[in-house]
Design a protein around this ligand. Structure first.
Ligand code: CA
Length: 218
């Protein structure tokens, strides 16, 4: 699933640089140059907000406070100017999850946003039919009950649920291998898949002969 970032920054040069940077991370960007636009563009597709504190028509911290008061739970990272450094406490009191002070290193900003996106998985995580992924606990839930899966099985199901299409066997094997699991060969994968069908329900895992597997919501 592709994360969507609402980027609120009135400095056009900085905004387009960040937009490009975020796009390279594979994130979709909604842009806003004012508090008013931010308010308009915070729709349900957004996963996290990068919010400049000094906006032409208002104060980012006040905006965030208003969102929190209205029950908004999605993560907010403030961009503060150096001379606003004393305001960091105020920013975090205002309901921000994190902040960076301008000028900041792009890599630092990216890694902080990644942390926020990981945290937001339980708010708007992967969901397919009755099934959802709890990334923090590394569990697959059917309704509210966690399925009794091994770690490898969890990784397989998570990968299948994440993709809206066929997942080739090679992709699954590579994913399991990348995660530092012990090497899993083609036969072992087949054994995992048949055990998974018993645990998850055979109707949810389709075999695409000669290619791979596909999750089915049914
Ligand atoms: Ca500004």
């Amino acid at each position: 699933m592709q994360p969507v970032i609402l980027l609120v920054e009135d400095d056009m040069v900085l905004r387009s640089a960040l937009k490009e940077l975020f796009a390279r991370e594979g994130w979709l960007v909604q842009e806003a140059a004012s508090a008013r636009e931010a308010q308009e563009r915070l729709d349900e597709t957004v996963h996290a907000v990068v919010l400049d504190v000094g906006l032409p028509d208002g104060d980012g911290v006040e905006l965030c406070k208003a969102w929190r008061a209205a029950g908004e739970k999605r993560p907010v990272l403030f961009l503060t100017a150096r001379d606003e450094e004393l305001d960091v406490v105020r920013a975090l009191d205002g309901g921000g999850n994190d902040y960076v002070t301008k000028p900041f290193r792009m890599q630092e900003l990216l890694s902080r946003i990644r942390v926020l996106l990981r945290g937001s998985a339980d708010i708007r995580g992967i969901r397919r039919g009755d099934f959802s992924v709890d990334e923090e606990k590394m569990q697959i839930l059917k309704g509210a009950s966690p399925l009794p899966l091994t770690l490898t099985e969890y990784k397989i199901v998570r990968t299948l649920m994440e993709r809206r299409g066929i997942v080739p066997r090679e992709t699954l094997l590579a994913r399991l291998w990348d995660d530092g699991s012990r090497y899993i060969d083609d036969n072992t994968l087949s054994v995992h898949m048949s055990r998974l069908r018993e645990k998850v329900g055979a109707e949810h895992i389709q075999t695409i002969r000669g290619v791979g597997y596909q999750w089915s919501d049914i």
